[in-house]
Design a protein around this ligand. Structure first.
Ligand code: ADP
Ligand code: AMP
Length: 223
């Protein structure tokens, strides 16, 4: 399956992706995670992206499209989940072009009220080692400040501060939200109420994807 996750920053894309890739054996491709890895490695791409990320603006399309096209080439035949990409209409068009005959099978649109986003993002903590995502109130690790999986000290993202969060939200509404209509005109979009509990959102997503996965398996058998 080839899946795109849409939703405002803080909607829970990364959190739900981790569940999806485990259940369906897909590759998780987060453009934000790849950019942060490039920055941590001191790579040229990371340096170019730095000022945009720190202010809450989008990194220019030509940088992102090339980066994600390379990442998609590494995906297994079972497929991938795109998290944070595409984020502009131009990126979506270029993604379609890069995939050629391979279509995106499902777009999962995580809908969330802006008023919930700030608290989610300022309370987000993540593991720099394994990428696990926690929240200081909603999804606490067993020991405060420490990753359940590997004991690494959790970190707060520099761009998860109130001022940059406001910019990222504005950027989302202006540049990324129009993609919902783009995909509604070009493919299958499933809307989810991302304001619900993590497990409720997960169950709704699994219900739709289980049906899709079953249809694919039946297709593979009959062909
Ligand atoms: P995104 O990838 O869309 O930016 P994340 O998955 O990183 O969002 O989630 C942002 C923050 O909100 C994290 O701290 C996460 O633990 C928390 N979170 C995610 N989904 C939910 C939910 N359904 N209810 C409450 N908190 C959530
Ligand atoms: P995220 O981890 O998805 O919240 O992304 C963090 C930051 O990385 C964003 O605020 C952007 O500056 C940059 N970024 C991530 N994905 C993209 C993309 N598809 N297009 C442009 N910029 C991106």
């Amino acid at each position: 399956m080839r899946i795109v996750l849409l939703g405002a920053p803080g909607a829970g894309k990364g959190t739900q992706c981790k569940n999806i890739v485990t259940r369906y054996g897909l590759l998780h491709l987060s453009s934000g995670d790849i950019l942060r890895q490039e920055r941590a490695a001191g790579a040229e791409l990371g340096k170019k992206a730095q000022s945009y990320m720190d202010s809450g603006a989008l990194v220019p399309d030509e940088i992102i499209i090339e980066m994600m096209a390379k990442a998609i080439e590494q995906a297994p035949a079972s497929g991938f989940v795109l998290d944070g990409f595409p984020r502009t209409l131009n990126q979506a068009v270029e993604l379609d072009r890069a995939l050629a005959k391979l279509k995106i099978n499902a777009v999962l649109n995580l809908e969330i009220d802006d008023r919930l986003v700030a608290a989610r993002m300022t309370g987000r903590r993540s593991c720099p080692q394994c990428g696990a995502i926690y929240h200081v109130d909603n999804l606490k690790p067993k020991t405060e400040g420490v990753c359940d999986n590997d004991g690494t000290e959790l970190v707060q993202r520099a761009d998860d501060n109130p001022e940059v969060v406001a910019n990222r939200l504005e950027t989302y509404h202006r540049q990324t939200e129009p993609l919902v209509d783009y995909y509604k005109n070009n493919g299958t979009v499933y809307d989810f109420d991302a304001g619900k509990d993590v497990d409720e959102v997960k169950a709704s997503i699994f219900e739709e994807l289980d049906a899709l996965d079953k249809a694919f398996s039946a297709d593979a058998v009959s062909n």
